[in-house]
Design a binder for this molecule. Structure first.
Ligand code: ADP
Length: 505
């Protein structure tokens, strides 16, 4: 039986739990992969947006450089058109770094520009190398001590001229606020927020929207303004939150389904287990009943044959044989009646003839009828009745049957101390009849199960006692039909008392 149950548990695990776990594992993995892929795609998109801002600022400065190159310097018109450019310094050649200054000498003096050209000789030579390869590179340089200003170093060489070092002094705030801002607005549209920060500052210099909770996903330096960096943010819910929301939703669903599946499996397991147990008790029942029938039948046929063949030595023996035949046939009748009553009850066909009955009178009647049997089995029995009438509304025959079943059990399960007391009494709204023995008692974990059909305590000395497992089921059903109750009080090794509790009539 235990082996069978184990097989079922294993089969259920293999059939349901294993595929479900594999499914969950796969789903979680793909969810994770999906989150990563989406995150990666999104990051690339943000990178592309930031790249295009940088590219735009590069194009812008390229156009300044071209104009400076074509004009051979900067005029008023140049400064009017490019408010972000504060000053321009152009030297004659790499070897003659003394530059000519264009624009007001407000930020960087000519001397400072000369020093810078000398200091940056290495860079200028590198730029010259690029230029020879037909590629003009712009090199941002920091202007120490000038807050908000940024230098851009490059070389110009118009026609056959030698390369001339050139420095543009850019007002970073104007460049970001006037030149980059429109482009940023265009790129951001309704989907993103773009920000530019001066490194180390808390507040952005420029933002496409005023957001209080800045949840930055990507930061990139501005190529031409190394002291500044750009950042981008998804407007509204950020991607992480969207993916997390989706993941937790799917996860919740998967977990919920799994819990349901698990509950289903537990339920299925329990039901199958119950069915197996019932099948087992049913087959035990058939074996028990066959056994119970076979014993009286063989006794009856044996003694009947002896009588028939007139092999009885004396009259006394003859009487004993007759009595045995009578007793055994009564036992058989009782057994058959028990089974018939049970199947009638199972089919819901048992009818009860309710009338006012005195419980005291009924108890005394059953005890008297049973006393002979009790004393023959070596039992001492006594009856202790409530002093007065106890009227209940009951089916006389059914209640007698219940009491007889309790007495039968008291006899069957009292192997050593053979003492039975029948007692009646009343309490506030109820009255009861009790059959008390000093027999083997019932293990506590079995007390609630003894009323189940076919159930028998399978351990200890009970195992050797004959029975069908129907007696107490009948008692319980009879009491249910009387809107009453059966109460048990039992201690292993000390005895049991069964109480039939009725409503007062
Ligand atoms: P049966 O006696 O035919 O096995 P019952 O339904 O009458 O079936 O009883 C169910 C089980 O309850 C019995 O198998 C026995 O183990 C236990 N039982 C019933 N009455 C007593 C009792 N008076 N003392 C000890 N055990 C009892």
């Amino acid at each position: 039986m235990i082996r069978q149950t184990r097989y079922i548990a294993l089969a259920l695990a293999l059939l349901f739990i294993l595929p479900a776990s594999l499914f969950v594992y796969r789903e979680l993995r793909s969810l994770n992969e999906f989150e990563n892929t989406l995150g990666e795609l999104y990051k690339r998109q943000l990178d592309a947006v930031l790249y295009s801002v940088n590219q735009y600022s590069q194009d812008l400065t390229d156009s300044w450089v071209n104009r400076l190159e074509n004009n051979g310097g900067a005029n008023d018109f140049f400064f009017q058109n490019t408010p972000a450019v504060a000053q321009v310094f152009i030297a004659d050649s790499l070897t003659d770094p003394a530059p000519k200054q264009y624009g007001p000498e407000s930020l960087v003096s000519t001397l400072q520009a000369t020093t810078l050209f000398i200091e940056q000789q290495k860079t200028l030579r590198r730029l010259a190398g690029y230029l020879e390869a037909n590629y003009r590179k712009l090199e941002p340089v920091s202007l120490q001590g000038l807050a908000g200003a940024q230098g851009i170093l490059f070389l110009i060489n118009k026609a056959e001229d030698k390369p001339r070092p050139c420095l543009i002094v850019v007002d970073a705030n104007i460049f970001i606020g006037t030149d980059l801002r429109p482009r940023m607005d265009l790129l951001a549209e309704d989907d993103f927020d773009l920000f530019v920060w001066k490194k180390g500052d808390k507040e952005p210099v420029c933002a496409t929207d005023t957001v209080s909770d800045i949840n930055i996903l990507e930061r990139k330096p501005l190529w031409l303004l190394p002291d500044y960096e750009m950042a981008i943010n998804l407007r509204g819910n950020n991607l992480g939150a969207i993916v997390r929301e989706r993941s937790s939703g799917s996860l919740g669903l998967i977990l919920g389904l799994n819990v349901l599946l698990l509950l289903g499996v537990i339920w299925l397991y329990r039901t199958i287990n119950k069915e197996i147990q019932l099948a087992q008790t049913r087959s035990d029942f058939v074996a028990n009943v066959s056994h119970e029938i076979r014993t009286p039948l063989s006794l009856i046929s044996m003694f009947a044959e002896t009588l028939m063949l007139q092999r009885v030595p004396n009259e006394e023996r003859r009487d004993t044989y007759y009595r045995i035949i009578f007793q055994e046939s009564r036992r058989l009748t009782g057994l058959v009646n028990k089974i018939l009553n049970f199947s009638q009850m199972e089919a819901g066909q048992r009818k009860y003839q309710m009338e006012d009955v005195d419980l005291n009178e009924l108890a005394a009647e059953v005890w008297e009828a049973y006393q002979f049997h009790l004393s023959q089995q070596g039992f001492e029995s006594s009856i202790n009745l409530y002093d007065g009438e106890i009227i209940i509304h009951a089916d006389r025959e059914a209640v007698s049957e219940a009491i007889v079943n309790l007495l039968d059990n008291a006899v069957k399960y009292s192997p050593s101390v053979k003492n039975i007391i029948i007692k009646t009494n009343i309490s506030y709204k109820t009255c009861w009849l009790e059959v008390k023995d000093q027999g083997m008692g019932i293990p506590p974990d079995q007390v609630n199960r003894i009323f189940e059909k076919f159930h028998r305590v399978a351990t200890g000395p009970v195992h050797n006692t004959k029975g069908t497992g129907l007696g107490l089921t009948l008692v319980k059903r009879i009491m249910d039909a009387h809107e009453g109750n059966v109460e048990v009080d039992s201690t292993v090794g000390k005895g049991s008392s069964f109480r039939l509790v009725f409503k007062k009539g």
